[in-house]
Ligand binder design. Sequence first.
Ligand code: ATP
Ligand code: MG
Length: 283
Amino acid sequence: MKLKLAIQKGGRLSNKSIELLKNCGIKVSNGGKLKSEASNFPLEVLYLRDDDIPQYVADGVADIGIVGENVVKEKAKQLAIAERLGFAKCRLSLAVRRELNYTGLVWFNGKKIATSYPRIVQEFLKEKGLEAEIEEISGSVEIAPSIGLADAVCDIVSTGSTLLANGLKEVETVDYSEALLVTSENLSNEKSQIVERLLFRIRAVNTADRSKYILLNAPNKSVDRIIELLPGMKSPTILPLAKGGWSSLHSVVKEDEFWEVIDQLRAAGAEGILVCPIEKMVL
Ligand code: ATP
Ligand code: MG
């Protein structure tokens, strides 16, 4: 019995999806084929266009898939979200011509919006009580205003540089997205167990990614204060240094907290601070 995982074949999700499997210790060879099998885990990988992944998983052609939340919402298939994966973060935004004096959402009333996400845009307009026409196009949405196809666009933005290059400016955020692990809603027990094993590994990798192992030296009189500052897993490890009156403290801190904590630790007397990556973390 093998679990069938659908991932994007070439595109913004592919490398990260393959890297995630690799970090989970799962070996898949991909020689540009449509299908490959893991050698050390009951997994078969299918390489597909991201737009097709929700449907394939809902239909049971694949058991699970890695796909952007934006695509999951747009396709609105019967799927379960097993895990938010934290990569391919972007937002879906409304953008208008840069020279336009944009005054607020009511501007969109009676306008034409080009997008590849008609369902999401329609829901947004309804929620805001707006009426606008939606022009569905599948690619290069950002050129629509300059060729006179639409007044505005709704598209994926991460840095905004594509919009800028096309003379557009972002004016409203419609939604946020990141890669999701989705599963079919009717998996056999046996397949659900394989999903659980995979999720266990994914969580170990992602938790580790968000954390750093920190080591530092401090005079014994500062140890209590430093322990207060370290939001460690349980309590930090404290080892005596060869140098009298000094200790070495080890703990785990969250990536996004560590700079702030490090400043406070230094102020409290910590020296020789090392911040190391953690490969896997099982809580
Ligand atoms: P396909 O050929 O498979 O249909 P595509 O062109 O539709 O590919 P990509 O551009 O590879 O799709 O984007 C795939 C997903 O990656 C998007 O649906 C979105 O979730 C995410 N994404 C897109 N653009 C960005 C970005 N600039 N930064 C971060 N994530 C992004
Ligand atoms: Mg696509």
